[in-house]
Design a protein around this ligand. Structure first.
Ligand code: PMP
Length: 365
């Protein structure tokens, strides 16, 4: 059976089929060059056009102001957990909002480099975001850090945090990247790994305001020094060329499919289909997350309650697999189910999952 599955993975995630087909077509011979992108010099005219095209797409999609740099780096989201303090922690302190496991990991990494204060105490469960009026901000922080969408816990921040303008806001938007419009000008730095919404693992997009460049601590590795990479248009060292190429194709695919307005509308429609089943299930399905902060991208949910829960969830996963729906198991730290609905997942695929959920409930209740 050569049919593709319905891939609800939290990442690496589904890549649009037409992008894969184009990459397949160009794999051995990129546009008549007689070699593929994997085999090509990163200093070649062809690759320089690919990375410049990717940058242009990012600038167009996100309406990036001219005083921001767009970088394609390596080391993933976790690399940025270190890179952010290494570049921005000039006086040695930063504020972190911890709203899930990824911002918690970022705060822990930053502690290696300076004083990290949590603006709200770490809760025992990540299911909401405390109101901003309760945050304790440090007026002298080098930056304020938060995660736009917590991939494991399905908690999505709404809007832009209201932080005094002299403090740059840094956001990890790995799992919501290019799924909605972002007011880039309100941020000091935005970053995200590509492997959810815009590409294969191995490329990390960084958008950074230019006045934040050039203050890196001396122990900052050159490959992660934003100023060094910016001066070299992300080609200080050999980039993951093939992954940048696939990312460039996916960014074009997003542009062709209506840009971020369309991606945002689709994400609301898709997540709405699943939340609707959960909300109308009389408690058969449950979402632990405060409605106000429900993620459009990652939907964690439980099936049944008490002793039945394990059995029902195991059965549901097996049934989903029969229908070629994969990667629905929740993160090991929270258990249960999680449906991830990134850009490449279609409304039709999401509807099939919603239908299966309804049908499963009907049979079990
Ligand atoms: N931040 C978020 C929100 C994530 O979802 C992930 C990975 N799933 C990371 C950071 C870490 O990214 P990476 O694995 O690319 O280092």
């Amino acid at each position: 059976d050569k049919k593709r599955v319905l891939n609800f993975s939290p990442g690496p995630a589904k890549i649009p089929e037409e992008v894969l087909l184009q990459a397949q077509k160009e794999l051995l011979n990129y546009r008549g060059q007689g070699l593929g992108v994997m085999e090509m010099s990163h200093r070649s005219k062809e690759f320089e056009e690919i990375i410049a095209g990717a940058e242009k797409s990012v600038r167009d999609l996100l309406h990036v102001p001219d005083n921001y740099k767009v970088l394609f780096l390596q080391g993933g989201g976790a690399g940025q957990f270190a890179s952010v303090p290494l570049n921005l922690m000039q006086s040695g302190s930063a504020d972190y909002l911890v709203s899930g496991s990824w911002s918690a990991a970022a705060a822990k990494e930053a502690e290696k480099y300076g004083n990290v204060s949590l603006v709200v105490p770490k809760p025992s469960k990540f299911v909401t975001i405390p109101d901003q009026s309760t945050w304790k901000l440090n007026d002298k922080a080098d930056y304020f850090y938060y995660c736009g969408n917590e991939t494991v816990h399905g908690v999505e921040f709404q809007g832009v945090p209201d932080i005094p303008s002299h403090i740059p806001i840094v956001a990890d938007i790995s799992s919501s990247l290019m799924s909605q419009n972002v007011d880039v000008g309100k941020y000091g730095l935005l970053f995200g790994g590509a492997q959810k919404n815009i590409g294969p693992a191995g490329v990390t997009l960084v958008v950074v305001r230019d006045d934040l460049l050039g203050h890196a601590r001396k122990e900052c590795p050159s490959v992660w020094d934003y100023k060094v990479q910016s001066a070299n248009t992300s080609l200080y060292n050999t980039p993951p060329c093939f992954n940048v190429y696939i990312t460039a194709l996916i960014l074009q695919w997003i542009q062709k499919n209506g840009g971020l307005d369309a991606m945002e509308a689709l994400s609301r429609q898709k997540s709405g289909l699943i939340y609707d089943v959960i909300d109308k299930s009389n408690g058969f399905y449950s979402s632990p997350v405060d409605r106000k902060y429900r993620s459009r991208m990652n939907i964690p949910f439980r099936i049944g309650t008490g002793e039945e829960q394990d059995q029902l969830e195991t059965e549901f996963l097996a049934e989903a697999k029969k229908h070629r729906m994969l990667q629905l198991k929740g993160h090991r730290s929270v258990g249960g189910m999680r449906a991830s609905l990134y850009n490449a997942v279609t409304v039709a695929e999401t509807q099939l999952l919603a239908d299966l959920m309804k049908e499963f409930q009907d049979r079990k209740t």
